[in-house]
Write a protein that binds this ligand. Structure first.
Ligand SMILES: O=P(O)(O)OC[C@H]1O[C@@H](O)[C@H](O)[C@@H](O)[C@@H]1O
Length: 513
């Protein structure tokens, strides 16, 4: 069912302890998103959260690859630990006793299989797999039979969701597959030493190969099954060459800086600069503690240009904020230099969580750790990649009042049923409901923006003339982007000493007809 070895979990988690903020500083282009091909004008329906990771005065820092594995597998480890505890208890109760298996066949549906007479060795893997399938089919009446290697940490929610979508399709063989000839060159990945047996017409139908995945694949070739190549079963894609679903990717930017890319919904400019300390023209820069030029700080505040560290031990969040998701916790604190321009001590914790269906959640927790109150504004400055700005419409803002930045923040009321675009727009919609949507007809998809604690919505498109004046923005790029930001701007948030504010944004995309 899987291509094995892709989590490499045990080795990687053992390095987790060395992953301390002190030994490595992570520069976060705070959750900037990029379309799959990194361009507004080449949107293939996905985007990346860009988390830039740079080694910083550290020889012992772990690699980007390892970091990614830790992020991905952290949640799986917790689930596995829980399962192991349960299994331990079950064992104590004799649940897996071979004696019980032998003597209580009626109840064997509930039992864990002990394969008889099996010698554990790499050469015997295929035989073990065969024994498993034979026994499983004989004794367990199940919808699906799954084979997973013991060095792979399974995302149970994700597997369940995938399998559920095939429940009504009989006789499917689902896996993260390579199809075609088995590899015969030793230097190739997944090289099969016994490749010569394959398809020679002499082998028996249940021929075994050195690799059990090859064996299982060969057994299904002769059967009346539909082969389903499911990229999601590749655990994650960091060691895969595949072009299929990649929720998480590793890449290097043009400066050679390693990046963890979590695919999602948004876009960035072809001319975006990825060199600190410049905000990225795209993704989701976090505007904090100021929005725009409504204060003495630099435009949109300084948080989007700062180094964030990975927060290894954040205060707990609700399980919904991490169950079945890949996530990372980031932390920003003011430096001595920051305090000179904004004299307030805070801890800004940001969880960026990517669900298996591609929805992206950003949860900000801002705490006043000073002894006097302070106020701030915030916006998730989200660049959505759209097919054609003239063809999209935004719903959820109708009848609202807005402040028009193009008219000295004068207050107007939205009159239309939906917001459409035919010229520059730069507005802050006030006291909105917690859901807005961007309908993109050409792409037949809708972006859903759900938010909590963020009453305002910024809508921005620079259109033709302003685009030409923005250095890190292509002249024509305005046609393929739209910023719709969950924000708290009109009424700044005030925190007393010790108080914490939480704001949440969830972005998802659904197909529309
Ligand atoms: O160029 P920046 O600083 O990223 O800002 C881009 C735009 O961001 C929007 O949110 C503002 O409403 C605009 O006024 C501004 O021009």
């Amino acid at each position: 069912m899987t291509k094995e070895d892709q989590c490499g979990f045990e080795t990687d988690m053992s390095k987790a302890d060395s992953f301390s903020p002190n030994s490595q500083v992570i520069f976060v282009l705070v959750s900037s998103c990029i379309v799959e091909s990194d361009r507004f004008d080449n949107d293939q329906g996905g985007c990346h959260v860009w988390i830039k990771i740079t080694d910083y005065e550290s020889r012992s820092a772990i690699s980007v690859d390892d970091t990614l594995k830790i992020i991905t597998c952290r949640e799986q480890q917790k689930r596995l630990a829980a399962l192991q505890t349960e299994l331990g208890k079950a064992c104590e109760e004799g649940f897996v006793s071979k004696h019980l298996l032998d003597n209580n066949e009626k109840d064997s549906k509930k039992k864990i299989l002990a394969v008889n007479d099996h010698v554990e060795s790499p050469q015997e893997q295929s035989k073990k797999t065969k024994s498993f399938f034979v026994h499983a089919v004989e004794h367990w009446d199940a919808e699906f039979y799954a084979k997973v290697n013991d060095n792979v940490y399974v995302n149970l929610d994700a597997v369940g969701a995938v399998l559920a979508s095939y429940l009504d399709k009989p006789r499917v063989y689902i896996g993260c597959m390579k199809s075609g000839e088995v590899f015969s060159q030793p230097e190739q990945k997944w090289y099969e030493p016994e490749w010569w047996k394959f398809g020679d017409g002499k082998s028996s139908i249940l021929c075994t190969y050195t690799h059990d995945d090859v064996s299982a694949g060969s057994w299904f070739i002769g059967l009346d099954v539909k082969h389903v190549d499911e990229g999601k079963f590749c655990c994650s894609s960091w060691s895969s060459d595949r072009d299929s679903y990649k929720a998480v990717e590793l890449a290097k930017d043009k400066h050679g800086v390693g990046q963890v890319l979590l695919r999602n919904l948004c876009g960035a400019s072809v001319q975006a600069t990825f060199k600190p300390p410049t905000a990225v023209r795209g993704g989701i820069p976090i505007c904090f503690p100021q929005f725009g030029n409504r204060g003495n700080l630099e435009q949109h505040g300084y948080a989007r240009n700062r180094m964030w560290i990975v927060d290894d031990n954040p205060p707990p969040l609700h399980p919904n904020d991490f169950n079945g998701k890949i996530y990372i916790d980031l932390l920003l604190k003011s430096t001595d230099d920051d305090l000179k321009i904004w004299p307030h001590c805070f801890e800004f914790r940001l969880r960026v969580a990517l669900a298996f269906d591609g929805s992206l959640t950003l949860i900000s927790r801002i705490r006043n750790i000073n002894c006097k109150p302070f106020s701030f504004s915030i916006a998730y400055h989200t660049y959505f990649a759209v097919s054609d700005i003239s063809e999209v419409r935004v719903e959820g803002l109708e009848t609202l009042d807005y402040l028009d930045n193009l008219c000295n923040r004068e207050r107007f009321t939205e009159q239309g049923d939906a917001l459409t675009f035919e010229s520059e727009v730069d507005r802050v919609y006030l006291s909105s409901s917690d859901v807005a949507a961007i309908f993109d007809h050409e792409k037949k998809r809708t972006f859903l923006i759900k938010k909590e604690g963020l009453p305002d919505v910024v809508v921005w498109n620079p259109w033709e003339k302003k685009s030409k004046a923005i250095a890190d923005f292509g002249d024509e790029e305005y046609k393929h982007m739209l910023c719709v930001d969950g924000a708290a701007i009109e009424k700044p948030i005030t925190l007393k000493p010790g108080e914490e504010w939480t704001g949440r944004l969830e972005l998802s995309v659904t197909p529309t007809s």
